[in-house]
Design a protein around this ligand. Structure first.
Ligand code: ADP
Ligand code: MG
Length: 250
């Protein structure tokens, strides 16, 4: 929240006993998680285990029923949380990239810094250039989304998020809609962000990627963190559920 906070070793993202139901369906049954500065956390688990819901709660796209969530020291479960400030700290990228088709790549990226931060046009354009360079698409600034491949569009979506200079990036299966070759180029961008020290929490099905890049792996099952640890839990799972999950993925 404050600069003094940002100098401490407190977690960037923290979930404590987070519970959430949709109707009578208990989707998060007491989730605990912590992500520290510069760490890459990979959330894995079967479809329906609550991964996306947990991620969405961090950005308050879903409101928890009980438990605590904080991002950079700001309590997200507080009904009076400053949503604008929260969303300046948190970048989120989904499977669907949702670029505006009638705007160029550069214009798509300039939009949020202009609207949410009041950045002037020249600065916003510079910012767009710098984030496009980070995702290897400098030459596409004047192109329109439909002229780009799915992988390139997803890289633009990541660049658009980076342009807001978030303190943490959340990724929800950003490569699931892409074929393997395009998946590779998007994962490469994420890996470069990790190497540059970006704090990231990502839901992913890419187990090889998780093994290589994640500092922490969180296996969710039935709305709970069933197993967590470093990437070695993927090679040496302790619970039958994770064993089964890892093997079904081979
Ligand atoms: P995952 O990302 O691990 O596949 P989700 O968090 O998307 O799991 O969903 C967990 C469960 O919550 C699923 O059974 C899903 O159908 C249900 N769910 C998710 N979002 C909603 C919603 N907005 N309304 C009702 N049920 C939902
Ligand atoms: Mg999901």
């Amino acid at each position: 929240m404050s600069d003094s906070y940002m100098n401490s070793d407190d977690p960037i993202v923290m979930l404590r006993d987070v519970r959430k139901s949709f109707g009578s369906h208990l989707v998060l049954a007491g989730v605990d998680m912590e992500a520290h500065r510069g760490e890459v956390t990979a959330i894995i688990g079967r479809s329906g285990s609550g991964k996306s819901t947990a991620l969405r709660c961090i950005d308050r796209l879903e409101v928890v029923d009980s438990g605590q969530i904080s991002v950079c020291g700001r309590r997200v479960d507080d009904p009076n949380v400053d949503l604008k400030a929260l969303r300046l700290d948190v970048g989120i990228v989904f499977q669907s990239y949702n670029l505006f088709p009638h705007l160029t790549i550069e214009e798509n990226i300039m939009l949020a810094p202009r609207a949410a931060k009041g950045v002037d046009k020249a600065q916003a354009r510079e910012l767009a250039q710098s984030v496009l360079a980070k995702v290897g698409l400098s030459e596409k600034a004047k192109a329109y989304p439909e002229q780009l491949s799915g992988g390139q569009q997803q890289r633009v979506a990541i660049a658009r998020s980076l342009a807001m200079q978030p303190k943490v990036m959340l990724f929800d299966e950003v490569t699931s809609a892409l074929d393997p070759q395009l998946t590779g180029e998007v994962l490469k961008v994420i890996e470069e962000l990790a190497a540059a020290g970006m704090t990231m929490v990502m839901v992913t099905h890419e187990m090889a990627f998780a093994r290589r890049v994640a500092d922490k792996v969180v296996f969710m099952h039935s709305g709970r963190v069933w197993e967590h640890g470093d990437a070695s839990i993927l090679t040496d799972p302790q619970t039958p559920e994770l064993q089964q999950f890892v093997h079904s993925d081979l």
